[in-house]
Design a protein around this ligand. Sequence first.
Ligand code: FPP
Length: 253
Amino acid sequence: MKHILRRFKQHHITADDILKAGSVPKHVAIIMDGNGRWAKKFGLPRAAGHHTGMKNVKKITIAAKTIGVEVLTLYAFSTENWKRPKEEVDYLMKLPQEFFPLEIEDLEQNNIQVRMTGSKEQLPEFALKPIENAIERTRHNDGMILNFALNYGSRLEIVHAAKHLAEDLLAGRIHTDDINEQALNDRLLTSDLPDPDLLIRTSGELRLSNFMLWQLAYTEFWFTEAYWPEFNEPLFYSAIREYQNRARRYGGL
Ligand code: FPP
């Protein structure tokens, strides 16, 4: 990790470099991983890692907005995260009620539209309310979409889409021939968002952890060993620069 961070200190990539270099990914998705290990590295409780991770959301949101990203999706809580010790789940659930009241004015001023991808069921009222308020307050903003994947799991999302297709079929609203990629896509939680162009995962883990399995079919991946609380603008812009150098062929030549 050290050499990666040092390298990016030397080649300090800025928003200007990105804008001069070429097209910017429309939709960037980030698996914010490594809060716990970051805390451990400094002898702090895991909650401190999550809290510092939460603080980092704003910085990367502004960095994304600065270069003209249209959608930034952040994986904040997976359907599998309920398996963590109750104390940690309780702490994670408290983050929205700290984050949104603190940041809502800035988000509004930056013309950012807050959204959520995930199941509202199971989420306690005190976690859901602040995000719903933020969604409502920023509904009319037409700048970058800041999309929180919260209580999100991709396999469950695909199962639900398949169920909707079956219901529509049984009710005679569609025929078997109507079942195609578009029809399934239309029934996903992300139906009104473009697929991510770039996926970033922090903390050195190289897996998807049930995140947007369908939507990531042609996405470019970028991994860093930096833990989420220490992920910063130069690293974010490095990911974007590397994306700009990749040739996307979508299976063609
Ligand atoms: C993964 O690190 C991170 C999470 C499960 C939580 C991510 C949430 C945030 C960064 C804050 C989100 C902010 C809002 C406003 C909802 P980990 O705990 O798995 O780290 P480890 O693998 O090192 O243990």
